[in-house]
Design a protein around this ligand. Structure first.
Ligand code: ARG
Length: 400
């Protein structure tokens, strides 16, 4: 029986060439799989036709926008996931979703091989391969760009020789990856980390310095998950989509970051994540109102660990799974509304209200109606400082 390979297919030059490249070198039938994670651009039918025209034995397309919003972006929101305190894990979230579909299609087609178009220098190869071996330990992986010399020049030559229906001239100087949660851009002039990003780098956001009326909105959350904008019920994917448009128009969520990749390289990346940054900003503030102090302090450590696991390709690991349970439990009372003002590149919280609020104005007030017993503070402060005080006395005594 002919062997089958399922290829993670984007519709671009590299993976279009990879179809014929893999077929020629392995004699296997290539099944192309394209997954829509909200990246926009060409429709799935066009991508499917191109895969077939490039020689795929079959092509599968999946509209995974709702799944991506609910099962990948929402857990990242509960974890306020910001790698190196800034990057909202855009690409790192879509890879495990694509991996689940690769494994499923491989099962359905009886394929023993799976292929991706990643290079050997990035994180995405790790996310694909570690995810795949975790879900389907029997699958083998082909990475033609990394392992069989499919360089850019050779890909272009191959496409021209075989007259593949891909545009080899329109290729942008940038390497771009985008989805519902955001957009990342690297290479080209960005490799000079002193050079400011040119305007043509940006695709999800307007220039924040252009003046424009501020946009104010109210986001509602239930157990940490957003479920309405301005009082109108919406799914997570709808909310992210609307915020990408509204916050993107105000230039919210642009980042310019030199980041530590898992493979040890430092790389410069421009990110745009208007919806993600707006949601995380609002969600963190609602947590400030609803989450008890020690839980909140511990959660911040757990969030960082969750984020690093996901960045490092360990979405399907036991620790990540256990931390998801923790995040869900910690989110139990994160219910209420947050008012956010979008303007000049920033999402600023201007109001919050919650039926599960821990904020008590009778304790916080400096005006009449104060119910906080200040007399209790005196003894508390004394005992709180006692261990340090005793140690300081000892230090002086022993030091002589
Ligand atoms: N550095 C980011 C990450 O590892 C984004 C990589 C996406 N690829 C790209 N061509 N920009 O998650």
């Amino acid at each position: 029986m002919t062997q089958r390979v399922v290829l993670a297919y984007s519709g671009g030059l590299d993976t279009s060439v990879a179809i014929g490249w893999i077929a020629e070198r392995t004699g296997a039938e290539v099944i192309a799989l394209a997954v829509d994670c909200g990246q926009g651009g060409e429709d799935l039918g066009t991508i499917r036709d191109r895969a077939l025209a490039c020689g795929a034995a079959d092509a599968v397309v999946v509209d995974a926008r709702a799944e991506f919003g609910e099962r990948y972006c929402m857990p990242a929101l509960l974890a306020n996931a910001l790698y190196m305190d800034r990057y909202p894990l855009v690409s790192a979230l879509s890879r495990p979703l694509i991996v689940t579909h690769l494994a499923r299609v491989a099962r359905e087609y009886g394929a023993s091989l799976v292929a991706h178009g990643c290079t050997g220098k990035g994180n995405d190869q790790v996310r694909f391969e570690v995810g795949l071996t975790t879900l389907e330990p029997g699958l083998r992986v082909l990475a033609p760009v990394r392992d069989s010399g499919m360089t850019r020049d050779k890909a272009i030559a191959f496409a021209e020789e075989k007259r593949l229906p891909v545009d080899v001239t329109s290729s942008s100087p940038y390497s771009i990856d985008q989805n519902l949660w955001g957009r990342s851009t690297e290479t080209g002039h960005l490799e000079d980390i002193w050079e400011a990003p040119h305007d043509d780098v940006y695709g999800y956001t307007a220039d924040p310095s252009l003046s424009r009326e501020p946009d104010e909105l109210v986001l509602s959350f239930t157990d940490g998950i957003p479920d309405a904008i301005d009082g109108v019920s919406r799914t997570p994917t709808e909310i992210i989509t609307e915020l990408n448009a509204r916050a993107g128009a105000q230039g919210v969520g642009r980042l310019d970051l030199v980041e530590d990749r898992l493979v040890g390289i430092k790389s410069r990346e421009i990110y745009e994540a208007p919806g993600a940054i707006t949601l995380i900003t609002a969600h963190q503030e609602l947590e400030n109102v609803c989450v008890e102090r020690d839980l909140a302090r511990f959660k911040r450590q757990a969030e960082q660990r969750w984020t690093e696991l996901v960045y490092d390709g360990l979405w399907f690991s036991p620790l990540k799974r256990a931390l998801d349970v923790f995040m869900a439990e910690a989110s139990r009372y994160v219910t209420g509304d947050v008012r956010v003002r979008l303007h000049g590149g920033r999402a600023v919280v201007t109001g919050r209200r919650s039926p599960a609020s821990l904020y008590d104005d009778k304790l916080a007030t400096y005006d009449t109606g104060d119910e906080f017993d200040q007399a209790l503070a005196k003894g508390f402060v004394e005992l709180w400082g006692l261990p340090s005080k005793i140690a300081a006395v000892r230090d002086r005594r022993v030091a002589g």
